[in-house]
Design a protein around this ligand. Structure first.
Ligand SMILES: *Cc1c(COP(=O)(O)O)cnc(C)c1O
Length: 376
């Protein structure tokens, strides 16, 4: 069976975990955590980055930092993972769902303005499959209406918008190192603070509402409880694992991009015949090889293709169902029976193919030929 995902281990993980154990600091904010934080600060040219135990945790920290109050409205795409919304509904926010654009599952920025009200507090953009949203346009709207922008860059490591690194553009941004992501440590995430006004408070929220980080830097002589927060730090063993991955970021990315390009080349014949569409990149976006997807004609065709591939020992998977109609949303909001046509299309027709570091070009050839057979 060719599985959909296989988490890649570089071989250095155990060496670093051993070092963390030997150093005797395996709780949070040890040397490996600090190494990972610095790596992100440098990569994104950001004033502060904090390693968390998940991207979900980093998004929760965003909601706290933005002081989200009941009744505040947050605009997010419906076609995303639960956490993008959950982090804000927990604080009593009303989520305003926006449809995807036609050419990518990203939020349709041209529709944003009509969703903005006096209660809108933030826009959370998701760079689906690592493909950039139209950030210049989104940031200019945010500027006009004085809104915060959070980039949920969970899938977007090493990808760019007009030459700018994703995650470096919004006021805050978050990354995921869940085992399904390009760079992973099992479970992990990163909060990146681009607007320095959030830097000091973020560190406090990160460490259970205390100013412990300042104490350990020797800036104050005792630490105490000063704000709200939670325990958002992962163990330094997780950070040690992550260091091994981040050191090989360029290698991992270029391998994945290469594999995704091979799919593109092999399946182009079906695209030309208009039988399928495949992942596409607006002129301002780059490919980071996170996901390779195709778009089937309809739900029925996709269901048959999944079955067909399974029969040929290939695991392929669909993705989000759209959050606006999810059972939980309907319990906390008036069931608006909102219909988001593009989101529904992606929910019904998008199919992700296996893509991971150790997948071989021969396997991609095999998978592609089976898809071509299906349509033949
Ligand atoms: C994976 C993912 C998350 C959640 O990441 P965790 O690290 O598992 O919390 C959030 N948003 C998006 C868009 C994701 O793809």
């Amino acid at each position: 069976m060719i599985t959909f995902n296989k988490p890649y281990a570089t071989g250095k993980e155990l060496t670093y975990i051993n070092q963390a154990i030997t150093k005797g600091h395996i709780s949070g904010n040890g040397l490996f955590t600090q190494w990972c934080n610095t790596f992100f600060c440098e990569m994104l040219n950001a004033p502060k980055a904090l390693l968390t135990h998940s991207c979900t945790a980093a998004l929760e920290m965003c909601a706290i930092l933005l002081n989200i109050q009941p009744g505040d409205e947050i605009i997010i795409p419906s076609f995303t993972f639960v956490s993008t919304a959950l982090a804000f509904t927990r604080m009593g926010a009303k989520i305003v769902y926006i449809d995807s654009e036609e050419n990518t599952p990203n939020l349709d920025a041209t529709k944003l303005e009509k969703y903005i009200t006096g209660r809108t507090k933030a826009i959370v953009v998701v760079h689906y499959a690592g493909v950039a949203c139209d950030m210049d346009f989104i940031m200019s709207l945010a500027d006009k209406y004085q809104l915060w922008v959070v980039e949920d860059a969970a899938q977007a490591i090493g990808s760019y918008y007009k030459g700018q690194t994703l995650g470096a553009i919004g006021h805050l941004s978050t990354f995921s190192f869940h085992e399904t992501k390009n760079i992973q440590c099992g479970e992990g995430g990163m909060l990146v603070i681009n607007d320095p006004k959030f830097a000091e408070r973020a560190e406090i929220i990160w460490e259970k509402g205390t100013n412990r980080a300042r104490f350990f830097r020797g800036e104050i002589d005792k630490y105490t409880w000063v704000d709200t927060g939670s325990s958002y730090l992962p163990s330094d063993m997780n950070a040690a694992y992550l260091k091994a991955q981040l050191e090989l970021l360029d290698d991992i990315q270029s391998r994945r991009i290469h594999l995704s390009t091979l799919y593109n080349k092999n399946l182009n014949v079906l695209v030309k015949q208009k039988k399928i569409k495949v992942i596409s990149f607006p002129p301002y976006a780059t490919n980071n090889g996170h996901i390779f997807y195709l778009i089937c004609k309809d739900l029925d065709e996709r269901t048959r293709l999944i079955e067909y591939l399974k029969h040929e020992n290939i695991q392929s998977v669909f993705h989000y169902l759209g959050l606006h109609n999810s059972p939980y949303m309907l319990t906390i909001d008036n069931p608006t029976k909102q219909s988001l046509a593009q989101c529904q299309t992606y929910a019904d027709t998008l199919l992700r193919l296996p893509l991971y570091y150790e997948l071989t070009p021969q396997e991609i050839q095999y998978i592609s030929s089976k898809i071509i057979d299906f349509y033949g």
